[in-house]
Design a protein around this ligand. Structure first.
Ligand SMILES: NC(=O)C1=CN([C@@H]2O[C@H](COP(=O)(O)OP(=O)(O)OC[C@H]3O[C@@H](n4cnc5c(N)ncnc54)[C@H](OP(=O)(O)O)[C@@H]3O)[C@@H](O)[C@H]2O)C=CC1
Ligand SMILES: CC(=O)N[C@@H](CCC(=O)OP(=O)(O)O)C(=O)O
Length: 344
């Protein structure tokens, strides 16, 4: 069995890791941390896990205990993995970071968007961006994984086929994205209150969101040169889910776009290209490690519209993190990740 630790176990991505790993045949959770709930049994805070982790309790983050694990997930706010990852790697423990600490290759750009100096620039060279549909082989040999953000996962998967094939104008991309409130984490915040978030919808970060440089970095790699992107996220009254509506301007003969998408993702276990004319729903991926995509060309004009849905906590975070673990340890890629979505 592979022994794993989770730093930040009381948060939404932490408990989602526990839910997914409860069904994983090759993984045992050895340590789970929380500073605020240290000493409490996991099943007391999360009754959905009763019967699965009966001997597991939250403990203070402790490098000695974590370094006894084969791999440690960081499900923590930005900056926490910077402080601990180096020591764990030196002691032979692999690190899978769900935060943004190692996603941007340029530490100055990271400092600019995250409002603090980068805490571990020496580790950036070896960090692998954990989008398996792009970096599968590098992930297999990685010691340090930067799990992509939720919006960046949906936007990149939706636009990659078009950019890799050079079919759209890479200077004029638009990503209009909607997120459920769990995207903001479990900490108490006024915009996440029921009375604030329900029966209403609003954009935020329209003039610059911290996922913009991350998405631009990934799409630039796919296009082979820097891209121009307008990215506008919205908060919507749902608990889980990301819906991305992506627009690109075709530059020439596009050919069969449906066939292009089907070919690009044919071997991918966690990307579902839906039949032509489909409109994927966020609820169709709720709880599942899956991105469902549909490609449209309204009126056969020169605009291509891609619709992408994921569960922000699964394909957008914890499920993708487990997929990376499976690749790093040579396990079946789908281990622990084969449950279908919950509908309705
Ligand atoms: N929510 C989402 O949809 C997604 C989140 N992410 C990223 O994953 C990370 C976790 O997100 P989420 O689960 O939503 O966050 P939450 O706010 O829900 O949980 C954060 C967790 O981190 C712990 N924590 C906070 N500060 C520290 C610290 N200084 N040292 C150690 N532990 C700490 C908290 O426990 P305690 O304070 O008790 O120690 C808590 O368990 C974030 O970086 C987030 O941006 C990525 C993709 C999607
Ligand atoms: C609704 C909401 O607030 N969403 C979060 C993004 C989700 C997230 O967790 O960001 P990372 O993937 O980079 O960690 C936000 O806009 O900041």
């Amino acid at each position: 069995m592979i022994k794993v630790g989770i730093v930040g176990g009381t948060g939404y991505t932490g408990v989602e890791l526990l839910r997914l790993l409860a069904r994983h045949p090759d993984v045992e959770v050895e340590a789970i941390t929380s500073r605020s709930e240290a000493g409490m049994a996991v099943s007391e805070l999360y009754p959905n896990l009763r019967g699965h982790y009966d001997d597991l309790a939250f403990s203070e983050p402790d490098a000695d205990r974590l370094s006894r694990c084969d791999a440690v997930f960081f499900a923590t706010p930005h900056g926490v993995a910077h402080a601990l990852a180096g020591e764990l790697l030196e002691r032979g423990t692999r690190v899978i970071d769900l935060s943004a600490d190692f996603r941007l290759r340029d530490p100055d750009e990271w400092a600019q968007w995250y409002g603090q100096p980068h805490g571990a620039p020496a580790l950036l060279d070896e960090a692998v961006y954990g989008l398996p549909e792009v970096n599968r082989e590098r992930i297999r040999h990685a010691r340090l994984i930067a799990v992509p953000g939720c919006y960046p996962t949906a936007v990149q998967l939706g636009l990659l086929p078009l950019l890799e094939a050079g079919l759209i104008d890479a200077d004029q991309l638009i990503a209009d994205c909607k997120s459920g409130v769990t995207g903001a984490g479990r900490g108490a915040k006024v915009p996440s209150l029921l009375a604030e978030a329900s029966e209403s919808m609003k954009a935020y970060g329209a003039s610059g969101h911290r996922h913009l440089p991350e998405i631009r970095q990934g799409l630039g790699d796919a296009a082979g040169s820097p891209v121009g992107l307008t990215f506008v996220p919205h908060l919507t009254p749902m608990i889980r889910g990301i819906h991305a509506t992506l627009y690109g301007r075709l530059t020439g003969d596009a050919g069969d776009l449906q066939a292009l998408f089907e070919r690009r993702f044919a071997a991918e276990p966690f990307v579902d290209v839906m039949p032509a004319g489909s409109h994927p729903e966020t609820r169709s991926v709720k709880g599942a490690n899956l991105c469902r995509l549909a490609v449209h060309r309204p009126g056969d004009g020169d605009t291509v519209v891609v619709l992408a849905v994921i569960d922000n906590l699964v394909k957008g975070a914890s499920g993708q993190a487990v997929h990376n673990l499976n690749l790093m340890f040579g396990l079946d890629e789908t281990a622990g990740l084969d449950a279908p979505a919950i509908m309705p």
